[in-house]
Design a protein around this ligand. Structure first.
Ligand code: AHM
Ligand code: MG
Length: 335
């Protein structure tokens, strides 16, 4: 059976639906191609000497794994010279990375978490790459960090690649969500799911339960009610899953529904949450909304949040619409 390739899908989006200009299509193809290279490194594991710590820390003070650094370098290198980008930003780089002068400048900005779920690298559990594409505002030459600080609803494309039992690329250009599976023999991405929809209701939640005692009352209430099962107010039993790789948890939710939460907690009250807004929460929120789900920080739609800085953190509640609305409703709206 012949399947639609990523290129065919994108060309259709460009030609027939007019959703994406040619430059954006090429940019997405470069990101997708780089994910294939990252997948090769991930698969080699110890044979490729890619496991373990790199012995360095990123701007957020987190120890970098070798694969964090390798994936970051691969994405930088592949995207610099294509002519479609003005600058890039990454979880693993302190500041934005301008496209060097020797290459033509494009009009897009690319943000990414090169290797999400770093704690799972060495234990052979699914990990991923998350990316978000924005358009550079204005027409003036040069790019600054301020150009990146756009709310998530300005994203023109977003997606992730999950390195799991299958390597899959999940993408939105604002016209629903499509999933592609890497065909290793062919070396190409084949469309394997289109118009992905997240069921509005679910009986499955994902949260790091070890933080329970630190949560705010609305999150505690929601989880307590789930745990109470058939005899509690929800009158049904819930199941729990926590991969500790956001890509894998979101992939499950896009596939069969569920709710994912990484909420604020009182250990570091000044930090809104663990996850980063611009290259983790925003792209995932865009995908989830495009699949009919919802994504909030407890009081506001994630895609409407105005970022104040590149590595800003955010509280995340996303997935099946009715459940996300329920938890959000338990929070007292800010005045
Ligand atoms: P990372 O980008 O450094 O890998 O951190 C983000 C990850 C998410 O993928 C995941 O949901 C979360 O951190 C897991 O955190 P915890 O180890 O606290 O459960
Ligand atoms: Mg991450």
């Amino acid at each position: 059976m012949s399947r639609v390739s990523l290129t065919q899908y994108l060309v259709e989006q460009q030609r027939e639906h007019g959703h994406i200009p040619g430059e954006l299509r090429l940019l997405i193809e470069v990101v997708a191609r780089t994910c294939k290279r990252i997948a090769i490194s991930v698969n080699k594991g110890a044979l490729g000497d890619v496991l373990g710590s790199a012995g360095t820390a990123n701007v957020q003070g987190e120890v970098q794994k070798k694969l964090d650094v390798i994936a970051n370098e691969l994405l930088l290198e592949a995207n610099e010279w294509g002519g479609n980008l003005a600058a890039m930003a990454s979880e693993e780089m302190d500041t934005i990375h301008l496209v060097p002068n020797r290459y033509p400048q494009g009009e897009y900005l690319l943000l990414y978490d090169p290797l999400d779920g770093s704690s799972n690298i060495d234990v052979n559990v699914s990990i991923g790459t998350i990316f978000s594409v924005l358009k550079k505002p204005g027409t003036q030459q040069g790019v600054s960090e301020a150009d990146f600080l756009q709310p998530g609803q300005s994203q023109v494309a977003a997606g992730y690649c999950v390195y799991g039992p299958q390597t899959m690329l999940v993408l939105t250009v604002g016209d629903g969500v499509a999933m592609f599976t890497l065909d290793r023999e062919m070396g190409s991405w084949s469309l394997t799911a289109e118009n992905v929809r997240i069921p509005e209701d679910t009986k499955e939640f994902a949260i790091n339960m070890s933080n329970l005692r630190h949560w705010a009352p609305p999150v505690r209430r929601y989880i307590d009610e789930c745990l109470a099962g058939t005899t509690g107010p929800r009158k049904k039993d819930f199941n729990m899953r926590w991969v500790a790789s956001m890509v894998a948890d979101v992939h499950r939710i896009l596939t069969r529904g569920g709710i994912f939460m990484y909420p604020w907690d009182q250990r570091e009250p000044d930090k809104p949450g663990k996850l980063r807004l611009m290259y983790e929460a925003n792209p995932m929120a865009f995908l989830v909304e495009q699949a009919g789900g919802a994504a909030t920080n407890g009081v506001q739609r994630i895609l409407e949040l105005q970022p104040g800085k590149l590595h800003e953190r955010v509280s995340v509640i996303l997935g099946s619409k009715n459940e996300v609305e329920r938890v959000t409703g338990y929070h007292t709206p800010r005045p």
